[in-house]
Write a protein that binds this ligand. Structure first.
Ligand code: ACO
Length: 321
């Protein structure tokens, strides 16, 4: 038993904020942001474009692309760190919005690795014979978790949703590796709106994304090549035969460094953070959808997806398109 992605979709908020716009809010400039990150602009939710709204739109587009109905879905997994509500889960809200009446639903939080971890989970369910059609969504409204006075983080992130329909297939070579390191988690945190017990004195309302940029950079450029090598060893595939490396779109310098460390041409690492910034769990499925729409993904191609992010979490998946 194997799995195949049979449809992709995405939703990006209508509002686009370029680097020049950000330089009116904090002390920054277009040149600094582009040189250090590769980001030129990002899409930002208008408030009505919440996590569920964007996830449901991306999901409907993926179902249409897959040519299956919402009522054929067995499972919905949403990867997000920025749900509209603690309960119900975003996946349950998406199920209600799209009418996936047969599907069971849950969310996962693995930050920027979320889509990858969701894909691995779908693979396990499908290969165990439990479910056949699984909808995966990566979605974030990070603009509500950003301190818009902190220039070291607010220039990096964007909002958006990407989705993929995964189904059982009878052949295909695939493999997964996924890792976590809770002891290293303090380099990238977002404490939540109310921290601590509200009945105790330690309660606090400060809850924005905080990051040690250089440490996250070092973590990513070490762990991503490592796990990509691990997954190709697992599947017995030569690195040079991989057609595409679809990486979490945090920063163009991270991706360039990964390509160099692996000795793989940069052209095999498509990038779109220039337009969207870092959309965390949404970045891999948004990029996959773009590649799919452009006709870059051909049947039989070997693709590696790799995510890395808060937790710390990281991993890689090798799939056949
Ligand atoms: N505009 C202008 N100057 C800035 C900005 C900004 N937006 N942000 C920071 N600076 C200044 C700093 O204050 C500092 O000034 P100083 O030298 O006078 O003290 C200077 O620029 C250098 O700051 P650093 O933090 O050392 O800059 P660095 O070269 O490390 O770049 C960056 C920062 C882009 C965040 C980098 O560390 C990086 O790429 N890290 C990877 C982390 C990442 O991409 N995270 C995304 C989210 S995590 C994830 O998705 C897994």
């Amino acid at each position: 038993m194997s799995v195949r992605i049979i449809g992709t979709g995405s939703y990006l908020p209508k509002k686009v904020a370029d680097n020049n716009f950000l330089s009116t809010i904090v002390d920054t400039d277009d040149e600094w942001i582009r040189q250090r990150t590769g980001i030129k602009e990002r899409h930002l939710s208008n408030g009505k474009e919440g996590t569920t709204y964007m996830a449901a739109h991306a999901a409907e587009a993926a179902l249409e692309n897959a040519g299956i109905g919402a009522d054929e879905l067995d499972l919905i997994i949403v990867a997000t760190v920025s749900a509209d509500t603690y309960v119900p889960s975003t996946s349950c809200s998406v199920q209600g919005a799209i009418g996936a009446i047969r599907a069971t639903c849950f969310d996962i939080n693995a930050a920027c690795s979320g889509f990858l971890f969701a894909l691995h989970t779908a693979h396990a369910y499908i290969c165990a014979g439990i479910y056949k059609n699984v909808l995966l969504v990566g979605v974030e409204v990070l603009s509500k978790l950003i301190d818009w006075k902190d220039r070291s983080t607010c220039v990096l992130f964007g909002d958006g949703a990407g989705a993929a329909v995964v189904t059982a297939a009878d052949h295909g070579r695939e493999g997964f590796v996924q890792w976590s390191d809770g002891a290293g988690g303090e380099v990238l945190t977002c404490p939540g709106r109310a921290v601590g017990n509200p009945w105790k004195e330690n309660a606090s309302e400060t809850g924005y994304i905080q990051m040690s940029g250089q440490e996250v950079f070092r973590f990513a450029v070490k762990k991503v090549p490592e796990c990509i090598r691990q997954v190709t060893e697992k599947t017995g595939t030569k690195l040079e035969t991989i057609d595409w490396f679809v990486l979490h779109q945090a920063n163009s310098r991270i991706i360039q460094s990964v390509a160099k460390r692996l000795g793989v041409p940069e052209e095999k690492f498509p990038m779109n953070m220039e337009q969207y910034g870092n959309t965390s769990a949404a970045s891999i499925p948004i990029l996959l959808d773009e590649m799919n729409k452009k006709g870059m993904l051909q049947p039989g191609q070997k693709i590696i997806l790799s995510g890395f992010g808060a937790g710390l979490t990281w991993g890689a998946a090798q799939l056949e398109w």
